[in-house]
Design a protein around this ligand. Structure first.
Ligand code: PLP
Length: 393
């Protein structure tokens, strides 16, 4: 591997490359167009206009109204804001429903609520099936009169499994329960239409869809009770204080416009590449298993376990060929604990430890997939030769 040109990047659920068109759109806002979008003068006003355009571009991608878009610093802030807002707006309700496979941004917040707020909460973390899907009846049964909010991810960052958010949100709505979805992995990869899906809050994050890191959005449906998380100035109509991250907002707007044009490609070209990769790995390498539902899945993600080898060791060997992927989620790697998502799905220890997530984007090519398919069997075979678990299986 010699420098970034030779990198084969299949770690797009961790973060994505900033699209060249996005970078180009942003650059003037770091130099000559440095005005404050809230200023009365026209120098700042032109920046305010660009922020308004970006808000419209984000809204258009998910078929929302521009005034329902609040810019935040990241997906994590959006998740926190939605959940804490719902709890503050309904102080008599202290039950939260979520799942066992949420991203730490939701999971760890929900688990910290008692110490954070000084109030006792009841947390239901719904189990998932062995293919990562959810039982809708069990979900419905979990709701009660004390439920303040449901927070369920649209698509799982590790397996790509997509939850039936439209149906779940309808069930919650019928029970008068607020619904938040962490759609950080879904937006830009699959079509999302807020007119069809009655969620109250939706989180998204720029760096998962070819915008920069450090910019996110919380969608809040009109008339949803809302309590700000960051209290300060009047920015975002008083819903999130702090001078706007102008360049990133404008970059996110452009990225959303590009994503709207890419959704078909994601679901045809990227899906075909992912399917080729997945099929090649599963048929070409013995004792390899797909984690997650075969079809109810993001078009770009394949999470595959290679039994009896360590994910970290596999990644190191892939790295020697310039192939970037993840084992577990980027946030949990660094620990040797198998991922909480695979554990919730009941993936056996010997398989959970050797799981690799390949996550593609529109920038991947068939030649890259062929290269990965050429290298992976040798990597796994070499590691297995050294593995006592493989020898004694
Ligand atoms: N939610 C999901 C499903 C994610 O995959 C991530 C990032 O990996 C986040 C939330 C956090 O987003 P951010 O990095 O913008 O805080």
């Amino acid at each position: 591997m010699s420098g970034v040109d030779s990198v084969i990047y299949m770690d797009n659920n961790a973060t994505t490359k900033v699209a060249p068109e996005v970078l180009e759109t942003m650059l003037p806002y770091f130099s000559e167009l440095y005005g404050n979008p809230s200023s009365m003068h026209s120098f700042g006003g032109q920046v305010g206009k660009a922020v308004r355009t970006a808000r419209e571009q984000v809204a258009a991608l998910i078929n929302a109204k521009p005034e329902e878009i609040i810019f935040t610093s990241c997906g994590t802030e959006s998740d926190s804001t939605a959940i804490l807002s719902a709890l503050q707006a309904q102080p008599d309700k202290r039950h939260i429903v979520t799942t066992r496979v949420e991203h730490p941004a939701v999971k760890n917040l929900c688990r910290s609520l008692d110490s954070l707020t000084g109030h006792k909460h009841r947390l239901t973390e719904l189990p998932v099936e062995s293919d990562g899907t959810i039982d809708l009846q069990r979900f419905e049964d979990s709701l009660d009169d004390e439920t303040a909010i449901v927070s369920v991810m649209w698509a799982n960052n590790e397996t790509g499994v997509v939850f039936p958010i439209a149906e779940m949100a309808r069930i919650a709505k019928n029970r008068g329960v607020l619904f938040h979805t962490d759609a950080v992995q879904a937006v830009g990869k699959i079509a999302i239409d807020m007119a069809d899906v009655p969620v109250d809050f939706l989180s998204l994050s720029g760096h998962k869809l070819h915008a920069p890191k450090g910019i996110g959005v919380l969608y809040v449906r009109k008339r949803t009770p809302f309590v700000p998380f960051l209290i300060g100035g009047h920015q975002e109509k008083g819903r999130r204080g702090g001078t706007e991250n102008v360049a990133s907002i404008i970059g996110l707007g452009k990225a959303c416009e590009l994503a709207a044009g890419h959704i078909t490609t994601e679901n045809t070209v990227v899906r075909a590449l992912r399917d080729k990769l997945e099929k090649g790995l599963l048929t070409g390498i013995p004792n390899s298993l797909l984690n997650g539902h075969k079809t109810q899945r993001l078009p770009n993600t394949a999470n595959i376990s290679f039994e009896y080898v360590e994910g970290e060791a596999i990644l190191l060997h892939m790295n020697r060929f310039g192939i970037c992927a993840s084992s577990g989620s980027a946030c949990t790697s660094g620990s040797l604990e198998p991922s909480h998502v695979l554990r919730a799905m009941g993936v056996p220890f010997t398989a959970a430890h050797g799981s690799i997530r390949y996550s593609l984007s529109v920038y991947n090519t068939e030649a890259e997939v062929d290269f990965v398919l050429e290298k992976m069997p040798g990597i796994i075979a070499n590691l297995r030769e050294m593995s006592p678990f493989w020898q004694n299986r």
